[in-house]
Design a protein around this ligand. Structure first.
Ligand code: FAD
Length: 510
């Protein structure tokens, strides 16, 4: 009989699961249920008119003289199987002409900054610049790099990023460099995040080469590539793209991809998309042969459920008897995102990607605490504006994350006044960059629990979760999404693809 699958959640993970399932198994009946009015999840690109906007309406508008602001993801990395998966998908969806590629030789790819010692520090991008021109944040870095190969190897137990890097390099590197990178990717705390689950290549380099530096100098990949991942990489039509491209994006923003996926899915006879209907409960049928999905006013029984919602949200849907372990162990952080566009007379002075900030335990204390970093969008993704707006100076201030309470006190995300966040971001631009002008366009969004944090022991807990799913739900349930194996958009796409392939190969569906 025809198999049926319900996919919970229409973020990029759920859309991708539906896409690959429909593509590889056109006979399977697919129902995608999204709780909000729109698909895309944290992917949200907005064209806005001049003035201040707080949490703007949902659908992206195409008015060309408005300015494009990204609420969530904005730059996508082409590397590895994730990069190959998203590039392949964009090709199949005929999005080539919508894309913007930032070359590795572009100033925004070469110049990345950390705010340290009350100034913008340019990170060295080559060996010679490392030797010749060390900014204050690089003090003691060369020494720690030279001694790292001689440090004994650790126990192999998972440890925090901070613990790993301070052990192999030093405290300064762990707080000011790795702490800053952790702000940029996870809005997270290097002291809480697992090295195994967030920067696997560091962990693997120590296990395989005895040293991170030796591992980086070796010609072998730091982390082994699974054969299923290699298959995705082999499909790349232009394998050189990872050599020449630093990041890529879309002329009309990242949401171009989720909108296109939605349109593609709507054209498939085997797919139904439902929006604005929260899933409230999922439960096995009495004979254990199906799984029942309860939404706001209806219920449907299917052969398999793919959950592509955050793991904490899945936890809420399960019956007590068949609850699963570890779904709510990892926290997620809140981030306040403020987009600005200034007149071209505002002099940014820096022709680079943007800056990040050190871990708050650094001996250097930021003059405006709670700032995770600032992206210089008009440098980082040039080509998204009309001629008239192309010289505007766009940037995004990201605040809060693991420092939310220290930054916004007791205000929960829903209670925080966007004007307050806007003022704080404006203060940051004044203090860090000397910008005092009023922006021509601005938008503020408060994102609640938007990035899951893979804390210590995450990988072990995932193993336990998968065993529990098998034990309690057998072939009826599987999970994908940013809660599990990577938060980046390319990783979400790749992991949904690998899941679908695995389910089909195991004969679990189709
Ligand atoms: P989500 O986007 O969270 O989607 C889950 C969906 O499920 C949502 O639409 C939600 O409404 C729905 N849902 C939840 N509960 C239910 C329910 N009970 N019933 C029905 N539906 C439900 N990545 C990059 O690669 N590059 C970047 O530059 C980048 N920048 C980022 C900047 C920010 C500010 C943020 C927040 C993230 C960024 N990321 C970036 C990460 C990336 O955007 C996300 O990790 C990714 O989009 C998550 O996708 P997802 O589908 O797994 O989850």
């Amino acid at each position: 009989a025809q198999q049926s699958v319900a996919i919970l959640g229409g973020g990029i993970s759920g859309l991708s699961a539906a896409y690959y399932l429909s593509k590889y198994s056109p006979m399977t009946k697919i129902l995608l249920v999204e709780g909000s009015k729109r698909v895309g999840g944290w992917i949200r690109s907005q064209r806005v008119s001049p003035g201040f906007h707080a949490s703007t309406p949902s659908a992206a508008r195409a008015d060309i003289d408005n300015i494009l602001f990204e609420v969530g993801p904005r730059s996508l990395r082409p590397v590895g199987a994730g990069g190959a998966a998203i590039l392949g998908m964009a090709n199949d969806l005929k999005l080539q002409n919508e894309m913007l590629f930032v070359r590795k030789s572009d100033p925004s790819a070469k110049n990345r900054y950390i705010y340290y010692n009350d100034e913008i520090n340019t990170l060295p991008n080559s060996l010679s610049s490392l030797l010749l021109n060390q900014p204050p944040v690089f003090k003691s870095v060369i020494r720690s790099i030279l001694s790292e190969p001689f440090i004994g190897i650790g126990s192999g137990q998972d440890e925090s990023l901070y613990s790993f890097v301070s052990r192999r390099f030093n405290d300064h590197v762990a707080l000011n460099l790795v702490g800053a990178i952790t702000h940029g990717i996870y809005a997270g705390d290097a002291k809480q995040l697992s090295v195994k689950s967030t920067m696997r290549m560091l962990y693997d380099a120590e296990r395989t080469n005895g040293s991170v530096i030796k591992g980086m100098l070796s010609s072998k990949p730091l982390t082994p590539i699974l054969s299923a991942e290699q298959d995705i990489i082999n499909e790349l039509t232009d394998p050189d793209i990872t050599k020449t491209t630093s990041v890529f994006g879309f002329k009309n923003g990242t949401e171009t991809l989720s909108i296109k996926l939605k349109h593609w899915l709507q054209q498939q006879p085997n797919v139904t998309i439902i929006t604005d209907k929260q899933v409230r409960k999922i439960e096995k049928t009495a004979d254990d042969n199906g799984i029942k999905v309860y939404s706001d006013e209806a219920s449907v029984t299917v052969d398999h459920v793919i959950s592509a919602i955050p793991s904490k949200k899945l936890d809420l849907l399960l019956t007590k008897k068949n609850s699963l372990v570890n779904l709510s162990t990892n926290p997620s952080v809140n981030v306040a995102v403020v987009n600005f566009a200034f007149e071209e007379s505002v002099d940014l002075k820096y022709n680079g990607f943007g800056f990040l900030t050190p871990h708050p335990d650094s001996s250097y204390k930021l003059p405006v605490p709670g700032i995770l970093g600032v992206v210089f969008d008009s440098n980082a993704m040039n080509g998204q504006e009309s001629k008239q707006n192309s010289r505007l100076v766009k940037m995004t201030v990201m605040m809060g994350g693991h420092m939310w309470d220290a930054t916004f006190g007791n205000a929960r995300p829903g209670e925080l006044d966007p004007q307050f966040a806007f003022k704080k971001a404006s203060e940051a631009l004044n203090v860090f960059l000397g910008i005092t002008e009023k922006p021509k366009f601005s938008m503020t969004n408060i994102l609640e629990e938007c990035i899951p944090q893979y804390t210590l022991g995450h990988e072990h807990r995932l193993g336990e979760l998968h065993r529990d799913i098998k034990h309690k739900y057998s072939h009826l349930l599987s999970v994908t999404g940013a809660s599990y194996l990577g938060v980046s958009v390319p990783d979400c796409i790749k992991n949904s693809r690998l899941l679908v392939k695995d389910l089909l190969e195991k004969g679990a569906l189709g």
